[in-house]
Design a protein around this ligand. Structure first.
Ligand code: BYC
Length: 471
C-alpha cells in the first residue's frame, strides 16, 4: 500500500477524493508548519538530516533513508490497510462489525481519547525543542530529529481523525493542538508529564525510554479499538514508536556503560571531576521519569476506563490474545489501595481496573530494560543496582497521590519527604551539573565525555557518517 507523495499532503486514505477534508487539512497545514518553526527543534531549519521517511505502510520496506531539511519532511496521513470484515473484539458490542464512522452515542468519549492522545505528540516536540544545541554526537542529533518529525506525524494522524470524523468541533480541537504548549502556565498540555522539562540528554533518554513506552501501551490499547480508523492509525504509529524506545534504551545503556568505564578508569564513584554521570544521578532521573509516567495511566479504579472498554473504544494490551470472554463479566482484578497510612490491595471489578492492568504491563516491560542496564554494571564488577521505584513513590494521580513514600514504598511524613527527597529525585544541583556537561559534539564519529558510542550506525552507515549536515 504505497503512499502518494505527489499530493500536498502525502496520504494513503484517498484524500484527493474528499475535497472537504482535503481543504480542512490544507488549511491546518500552514498553521502546523508555523508551529514547527516556532515550537519545533530550535535553529534546525537549515540542517540536512539523514531521516527515515515512510514510503509504504506495508511491513516490508516501508522506509526510505536520505538527507532532508526538516521543514520539508513529508508529514502526512498513513493508516495500516483495512482488515476485511474486522469485528469489535471486546465490550458490549463484541462480535459486531467494527465502526467505520463515529458511533453517535460515544462521540464525546472517542473525541476525548483522540484529543488526549494527540496532545502528547506536539507536547513532546516542544519539550525537546532545545536539545539540538547540546547533542552528544551527530548520531544522537539525528535520532532526536527523527523522533521529533515522527511525533509531528503522529499529531497529523490524530488531527486527520478529528477533521475527518468529528466535523466542526474536530476542526476546533485540531486548532487547539497547536495552541496549548508544554509547560505553558496558562495553556498547558493535558497530561502533566508532558509539561515537565526535558532540557538535557539524560532526561531525553529517560523520556524516550519511559514516556514513549507509555505511548506504546496506550497506542496498543487504542489499536484494539472498535472504531476502525483509530485502530488502523495507531497500528502504523506503533511501528514508529518502537524506534523511539530503541533510542531511549540504547541511550541510557550507553550512559551506564560510559559511567562504569569512568568509574573503573579513575577508581571513583564520583564522576563529577571526570565529566561523567554518577550511577546515583542516573537512578534519581530514573525515579523521576518512571514515577511521572506511572501517573499517565490514570486512576487504578476508573469509571472512564470501564466505559471506554465496555463501549468498545479502548481495549486491553493485546486484547485479542487474552483468553477470556473480553467482556469481563463478573471478573475481578487486584489493585493497590491506601488504608490509612498502609498500602494494601483490594479486589475490584476487572472492567474498572484496566488502567492498573495496563500500568502493570508497562512496569514489567520497563523492568526488562533495567535488567539489561544492570548487566552492564555487573559486567564491570561494580556493586550497584538500578531499580524502578515503588508504585507509590512520587505519585500525583491515583491511590497514592496524597502520601509520601521512599523509593521502596515505605510511607513517610511530610517533614521526612522534604528533608530527603533530594536523595531520590534530581535536585537543582544535579540538573545544573548534568546541564554543565552537555557540551555539543558535532564532529562526525566523536562522542561527548559522558556517553559511550553506539554499537552500530544507522541503516548500515558507519558511525562517523555525517548524519546531520550543517550549512
Ligand atoms: N494527568 O478515570 P481516570 C504518547 C484525570 S503517551 C492529568 O483514571 P482516565 C507519547 C482524568 O482526565 C500516551 N489528569 O482517567 C509519548 C479524569 O478527569 P475527569 C498518550 C489526569 O481517563 C511520548 C480524572 O483524572 N495517550 O503517546 O481513565 C511522546 C479521573 O481519572 C491524568 C493516552 O494517554 C493525568 N495523568 O485515564 C509522544 C491515551 N490521569 O474525567 C507521545 C488516551 C487521569 O474526572 N488517554 N486524569 O475530569 C486515556 O486513555 C486516558 O485519558 C488516561 C487517563 C489513561 C490518560
Amino acid at each position: 500500500m504505497n503512499i502518494d507523495y505527489n499530493e500536498t499532503i502525502p496520504n494513503n486514505v484517498n484524500l484527493a477524493d474528499d475535497r472537504r477534508l482535503l481543504r480542512a487539512l490544507e488549511r491546518w497545514q500552514p498553521a502546523y508548519l508555523k508551529w514547527w518553526e516556532n515550537m519545533g527543534p530550535a535553529e534546525s531549519g537549515d540542517l540536512e538530516v539523514y531521516l527515515r521517511t515512510a514510503i509504504s505502510v506495508d511491513t516490508d520496506g516501508w522506509a526510505n533513508f536520505g538527507h532532508v531539511r526538516m521543514p520539508e519532511y513529508r508529514w502526512g496521513v498513513f493508516l495500516t490497510p483495512p482488515e476485511a470484515d474486522r469485528k469489535i473484539n471486546f465490550g458490549m458490542h463484541k462480535g459486531e462489525p467494527a465502526w467505520q464512522s463515529v458511533p453517535g452515542e460515544y462521540r464525546s468519549e472517542l473525541r476525548r481519547l483522540i484529543v488526549t492522545q494527540g496532545d502528547t505528540e506536539p507536547a513532546s516536540v516542544e519539550q525537546q525543542r532545545r536539545l539540538g544545541r547540546t547533542c552528544p554526537s551527530l548520531y544522537d542529533l539525528r535520532n532526536l530529529f527523527q523522533v521529533n518529525v515522527e511525533e509531528g506525524r503522529h499529531l497529523w494522524a490524530m488531527v486527520y481523525l478529528l477533521q475527518a470524523y468529528f466535523g466542526r468541533d474536530g476542526r476546533e480541537e485540531a486548532d487547539m493542538m497547536l495552541e496549548r504548549h508544554a509547560g505553558d502556565p496558562d495553556r498547558p498540555r493535558i497530561l502533566q508529564a508532558f509539561n515537565e522539562q526535558t532540557d538535557d540528554w539524560l532526561s531525553f533518554f529517560m523520556f524516550t525510554y519511559f514516556q514513549d513506552r507509555d505511548g506504546k501501551y496506550q497506542l496498543a490499547s487504542l489499536a484494539e479499538s472498535g472504531f476502525d480508523p483509530l485502530a488502523r492509525t495507531c497500528r502504523f504509529m506503533l511501528t514508529e514508536e518502537a524506534h523511539h524506545m530503541f533510542v531511549g534504551e540504547t541511550g541510557i545503556g550507553r550512559i551506564v556503560q560510559r559511567s562504569c568505564e569512568l568509574m573503573r578508569e579513575h577508581d571513583t564513584d564520583d564522576l563529577s571531576t571526570v565529566g561523567g554521570i554518577d550511577l546515583t544521578t542516573i537512578q534519581k532521573f530514573m525515579n523521576f521519569h518512571y514515577s511521572i509516567c506511572l501517573d499517565l495511566f490514570g486512576q487504578e479504579k476508573s469509571t472512564n476506563a470501564a466505559n471506554y472498554f465496555t463501549m468498545g473504544l479502548k481495549g486491553r494490551f493485546q486484547e485479542t490474545r487474552i483468553d477470556d470472554d473480553h467482556q469481563l463479566d463478573g471478573m475481578v482484578y487486584t489493585v493497590p489501595v491506601l488504608e490509612g497510612d498502609r498500602i494494601s490491595t483490594q479486589e475490584i471489578a476487572a472492567v474498572t481496573a484496566s488502567n492498573e492492568r495496563l500500568r502493570e504491563e508497562f512496569t514489567k516491560d520497563s523492568q526488562r530494560g533495567v535488567d539489561r542496564f544492570n548487566k552492564i554494571i555487573r559486567d564491570h564488577d561494580i556493586d550497584f543496582t538500578l531499580t524502578l521505584s515503588h508504585a507509590a513513590f512520587n505519585r500525583n494521580i491515583g491511590a497514592f497521590a496524597g502520601i509520601n513514600t521512599t523509593p521502596s514504598g515505605q510511607v513517610i511524613d511530610n517533614a521526612e519527604w522534604t528533608r530527603r527527597q533530594g536523595e531520590w529525585l534530581p535536585t537543582a544541583a544535579d540538573r545544573e551539573y548534568v546541564n554543565s556537561i552537555m557540551i555539543p559534539v558535532t564532529e562526525p564519529g566523536r562522542m561527548a565525555s559522558w556517553i559511550a558510542p553506539p554499537r552500530r550506525g544507522i541503516h548500515g552507515q558507519p558511525l562517523d557518517y555525517d548524519y546531520v549536515r550543517f550549512h
